[in-house]
Design a protein around this ligand. Structure first.
Ligand code: F6P
Length: 359
């Protein structure tokens, strides 16, 4: 048996722990393992395919990033190809991926990635490749699984930022707006905001009214609390508007969201006359050591993926359905982005403890 591993999409803390667990589980079965570098680029001549042994995964479980590297512009069905005139166009190179994997004697693939990678895996499976998936994203927006590894680490990083912003905001009587990641899901903002006792949390699932946001800040001011912390998800938007897309995204790349914190801080300052500052936490949320929770989930997913190959569960994805890791068909979760349920107990409790969602 010869299996391959690949990591695709944005990195997330815990990827190396998945790789280590999968490689050791496979090697200990007597299987051969290779790593396809940079998504599928290693199979398309744009990077390499490397042997993965017990030696190559030594000492990596606690490290952020991925030893296989990754890309969010590597969809083989829409692969960016650079032309001699410097322009770039998308080509379908999926047949080459399949042929090159076959030529290398790869029997099965473990694809570790988010919704984009799951979609690619499903299409490659339909063309005959044998793939099992491990879901990954700091955004926690993959359905079918209670959570994904990387999310807990991202929330911890955001929480640390909120704790630090509190002391400076209070010292200066300022409003500080913190923008966190999450794409079209507000999980990072909700979880870090509630844990960090933010005063306002704005998420894409609950469009906000700027006046309501300012009402909360004014009410705090009146009650003697002259500072406020606002946590806004990059995909959040005012009622009647749509998410803020910024930057010219490149061929093969998903749209970029964000740049909402500064605009919000200006709007709050204009209305309340309070001194405001903003901060975009950005890619800090994707870095650093995975928390113990993420590391354990990653290890469980990695080990389970190898068992899934042994059981020929092609086209399935590992999922945490507490307390068990199960395998569910990828088809079941595709196109169903998991989002915050506004009637979830965390939202209800946040409201009950005085946090405003700006609605
Ligand atoms: O999906 C993970 C994520 O970090 C999102 O939260 C964010 O919108 C996006 O990736 C950023 O991607 P990039 O690495 O291309 O800036």
């Amino acid at each position: 048996m010869k299996i391959a591993l690949s990591t695709g999409g944005g990195d997330a803390p815990g990827l190396n722990a998945v790789i280590r667990a999968a490689v050791l589980s496979a090697v200990n079965r007597g299987w051969e393992v290779v790593g396809i570098k940079k998504g599928y680029a290693g199979l398309l001549g744009d990077d390499e395919v490397i042997p993965l042994t017990a030696e190559s995964v030594r000492g990596i479980a606690h490290l952020g990033g991925t030893i296989l590297r990754t890309t969010n512009r590597g969809n083989p069905f829409h692969y960016p190809v650079y032309l001699p005139d410097g322009s770039c166009e998308e080509r379908d190179r999926s047949d080459e991926v399949i042929a090159n994997a076959k030529a290398l004697g790869i029997d099965a693939l473990i694809s570790i990635g988010g919704d984009g990678s799951l979609g690619i895996a499903q299409r490659l499976c339909e063309k005959g490749m044998k793939i099992v998936c491990v879901p990954k994203t700091i955004d926690n927006d993959v359905s079918g699984t209670v959570t994904t590894f990387g999310f807990d680490t991202a929330v911890s990083t955001a929480l640390d930022a909120i704790d630090k912003l509190h002391t400076t905001a209070e010292s200066h009587d300022r409003v500080i707006v913190l923008e966190v990641m999450g794409r079209h899901a507000g999980f990072i903002a909700l979880h870090s905001g509630v844990a960090g006792t933010a005063d306002v949390i704005l998420i894409p699932e609950i469009p906000y009214d700027i006046e309501k946001v300012c009402d909360k800040i004014r009410a705090r001011d009146k009650s003697g609390r002259h500072f406020s912390i606002v946590v806004i998800a990059e995909g959040a938007f005012p009622i009647g508007e749509s998410p803020s897309i910024h930057g010219a995204h490149k061929v093969g790349e998903a749209e970029r969201l964000g740049h909402v914190a500064e605009r919000l801080a200006e709007a709050i300052e204009g209305r309340t006359r309070k001194e405001c500052r903003s901060l975009v936490l950005g890619h800090l949320q994707r870095g650093g050591q995975p928390t113990s929770y993420d590391r354990l989930l990653a290890v469980r997913f990695g080990g389970a993926a190898v068992r899934a190959i042994a059981e020929k569960k092609w086209g399935h994805m590992a999922a945490l359905q507490s307390p068990h890791i199960v395998f569910i068909p990828i088809k079941q979760v595709l196109g169903e982005t998991k989002r915050v349920d506004p009637s979830h107990d965390l939202v209800l409790t946040a409201r009950a403890t005085g946090i405003s969602f700006g609605d």
